[in-house]
Design a protein around this ligand. Structure first.
Ligand code: DAH
Length: 344
C-alpha cells in the first residue's frame, strides 16, 4: 500500500460518508474503511510493517492523516444525521400551543323535538300553556268523550293499538285529542293549551306514514270564541312556521268532535304543489285538522256550551318537518342517520 493508495481510499471514504443518509448506512461505511480487522484503511497498519526507513515514516504520516480525516468526517456526519433526525422528530411532534381546543361534541335536539319547541314558543306568544297527557289511554277519553261511541265509523281511520291482556280496554292513544277532555274535566274555562306528544296507529310505513308519530293538539275555550278566531290563530301559526310565502289552504272537513271542521294543507315542499312521490301526487300535504269544539264535547268536558265556545286543532310535527326541510320520506327522521340529523 502506498500513500497514493491511502489518498485514494480517503477520497472514496469521504464520498461515501457524505452520501450516507442515516446512521445505519454511516456505520456500514465506518466498518468498510475503519473496522479494526479488515477495514480498507486500517489495513494500512499492516502495510507499515513491510516498509523500512523513510518510506515507513512517510507512509505512517499518510496513514495517520487518512485515519484522522476519515474519523473526523465520520464524526461530523454522525452529528449531522443525528440532528437531522431530531429536526424530523420536531417536525413530526410539533405542537401548536396557540391552536384553539377541539371542543366537545355535544348532542342536540332532534329536528322534530325542535319543531315542537318552536310550536310551543309560537303559541306561548298567544297565551297558550303547554301541557302533557298520558300515552296509554282508555277508550272513554280517546274515543267516547270525543263523540266516537263504540262502532262509530270515524274510529276506522284510527287503526288502534290495543294493549293485550289488559282488563279494561287500554290503548296507545291514536291522537292527542283525549288531552282536551282531560284538561276540560280537570279545570274550569277559559282554556288555552297546547299538547305535544306521541301517538300511534297501525299504519303501514310509507313516505308519509310511520306507526308512531307526533301530534301537537291545541285547545282554546272561552266566552265568544268564533271561527274567525280559529282562522286567525291558524294563520298566525302557519305563517310563523312556514313563512308568509308558502301556500296554505283550508278545506271543509269532518271530525266527530268539531262542528264545523276544517283541515289545513300546505303546498308540498319537494314539488311546490305539482305532485310528487313525497306528497303521493297530491301537491299538498295535510298537516292539521281543526274545528269549533262540538257542543256535546264541551258538555262531556263539563263545560256549558251556552256560555262557552272554543276551537281545537291537531297537527303532525313529523310531517311539518318533512315539509319544512324538504325530506323525501318521513321515515328518514327516525333512521338515526347522523348524516341527516347533524344538519339540524
Ligand atoms: N285528532 C285529529 C287527528 O288525529 C286531529 C284533530 C282534528 C284534532 C280536529 C283536533 C281537531 O283537535 O279539532 O287526525
Amino acid at each position: 500500500m502506498t500513500g497514493d493508495d491511502l489518498q485514494e481510499l480517503t477520497r472514496g471514504a469521504l464520498e461515501e460518508i457524505a452520501g450516507a443518509s442515516d446512521p445505519d448506512q454511516l456505520e456500514l461505511v465506518r466498518r468498510k474503511y475503519m473496522a479494526r480487522h479488515g477495514g480498507l484503511i486500517t489495513a494500512g497498519a499492516a502495510a507499515l510493517a513491510t516498509v523500512d526507513g523513510d518510506g515507513r515514516a512517510e507512509l505512517g504520516r499518510a496513514f495517520n492523516l487518512a485515519k484522522s480525516t476519515v474519523q473526523q468526517a465520520l464524526h461530523t456526519r454522525q452529528l449531522e444525521l443525528a440532528s437531522g433526525g431530531r429536526a424530523a422528530d420536531a417536525e413530526r411532534e410539533w405542537l401548536d400551543l396557540s391552536h384553539p381546543g377541539a371542543g366537545l361534541d355535544r348532542g342536540h335536539q332532534h329536528p322534530v323535538a325542535r319543531l315542537v319547541r318552536e310550536i310551543e314558543d309560537i303559541m306561548a306568544r298567544l297565551g297558550y300553556e303547554s301541557v302533557r297527557g298520558p300515552e296509554i289511554e282508555d277508550d272513554l277519553h280517546n274515543f267516547q268523550l270525543l263523540n266516537m261511541p263504540p262502532e262509530h265509523p270515524a274510529r276506522d281511520t284510527h287503526d288502534t293499538f290495543y294493549l293485550a291482556g289488559a282488563e279494561a280496554a287500554w290503548l296507545f292513544r291514536t291522537h292527542t285529542s283525549p288531552v282536551q277532555m282531560r284538561t276540560m274535566l280537570s279545570g274550569r274555562p277559559p282554556f288555552r293549551i297546547i299538547v305535544p306528544g306521541k301517538v300511534a296507529r297501525r299504519d303501514n310505513p310509507d313516505p308519509t306514514h310511520i306507526p308512531v308519530f307526533h301530534q301537537v293538539e291545541g285547545l282554546c275555550v272561552d266566552r265568544g270564541v268564533t271561527v274567525g278566531d280559529l282562522k286567525g290563530t291558524l294563520e298566525y301559526l302557519l305563517r310563523a312556521l312556514f313563512g308568509p310565502e308558502r301556500k296554505v289552504r283550508l278545506r271543509a272537513s269532518f271530525f266527530p268532535y268539531t262542528e264545523p271542521s276544517l283541515e289545513a294543507d300546505v303546498a308540498c315542499g319537494i314539488c311546490q304543489g305539482s305532485g310528487c312521490r313525497s306528497c303521493l301526487g297530491k301537491g299538498w300535504m295535510e298537516i292539521l285538522g281543526s274545528g269549533m269544539v262540538h257542543p256535546q264535547v264541551l258538555r262531556n268536558g263539563g263545560v256549558d256550551p251556552e256560555q262557552f265556545s272554543g276551537f281545537a286543532f291537531g297537527m303532525g310535527p313529523d310531517r311539518i318537518a318533512v315539509l319544512r326541510y324538504g325530506l323525501p320520506d318521513v321515515r328518514e327522521l327516525y333512521e338515526n342517520d347522523l348524516r341527516l340529523l347533524e344538519q339540524f
